[in-house]
Design a protein around this ligand. Structure first.
Ligand code: ATP
Length: 199
């Protein structure tokens, strides 16, 4: 069994940025966002089910999932559709993540999951690393990255666990408030320093 270090943090905290620094060190990762895309890739049975449920308009001309269109439909039809989709996708994503974790040949794996605590995936982890930033930093970075307004980002933050709750789960914490690219050497140093502790 691979030793699993869960990496989590709120929206816009810098999980992907920091996960990439671990990848540069050769640490293998299982990434929930990547798995979530894989389960609905072109030609997959789940994508066919979604197209049947919501109509062909949620497919692009190339037969891929048109996420913007799906979001639009979900927004219009709200809760019922959302839970139908979550019931379809969550078990498939979970199962695929487990397969990827269980087939790791490396002695350790970084398991990158935005909703690690919310979805109780903490139980799969041997150790938990939290990327921590101030809420103002999350709002500023996520809104400029996604071209979303502050209210939309705030609504997502409200649906996630609070900063305090997340930190209660942390075995280790990386603070990511300092600004890149100036702070990149320092952030890399933090990742390098923490690596022998984690793995
Ligand atoms: P999400 O959960 O929303 O996918 P995330 O936690 O993976 O987000 P990133 O995508 O790594 O976060 O970072 C959010 C945005 O902030 C990105 O545009 C990234 O380039 C930028 N960013 C990350 N860390 C810093 C930093 N220290 N200074 C400035 N910008 C940063």
């Amino acid at each position: 069994m691979t030793y699993i270090v869960g990496l989590t943090g709120g929206i816009g905290s810098g999980k992907s940025t920091i996960a990439n620094l671990f990848v540069e060190l050769g640490i293998p990762i299982v990434d929930a966002d990547i798995v979530a895309r894989e389960v609905v890739e072109k030609g997959s049975p789940l994508l066919a089910q979604i197209a049947e449920h919501f109509g062909k308009s949620i497919l692009t001309e190339e037969g891929e999932l048109n996420r913007a269109e799906l979001r639009k439909k979900m927004y219009l039809q709200m809760k019922m559709k959302k839970s139908w989709l979550n019931h379809l996708l969550h078990p498939a994503i979970r199962e695929r993540m487990l397969v990827q974790l269980n087939t790791q040949t490396a002695p350790y794996t970084l398991f990158v999951v935005p909703l690690l605590i919310e979805n109780k995936l903490t139980m799969l982890c041997d150790r938990i690393l939290v990327v921590d930033v101030k809420p103002e930093t999350q709002l500023a970075r996520a809104s400029s990255r996604d071209h979303n307004n502050i209210q939309q980002i705030q609504a997502i933050m409200n649906a996630q666990v609070s900063r305090e709750e997340r930190l209660k789960w942390a075995d280790d914490i990386i603070s990511n408030d300092a600004k890149l690219p100036e702070n990149l050497p320092h952030l890399k140093q933090k990742v390098h320093r923490i690596t022998p502790i984690l793995f």
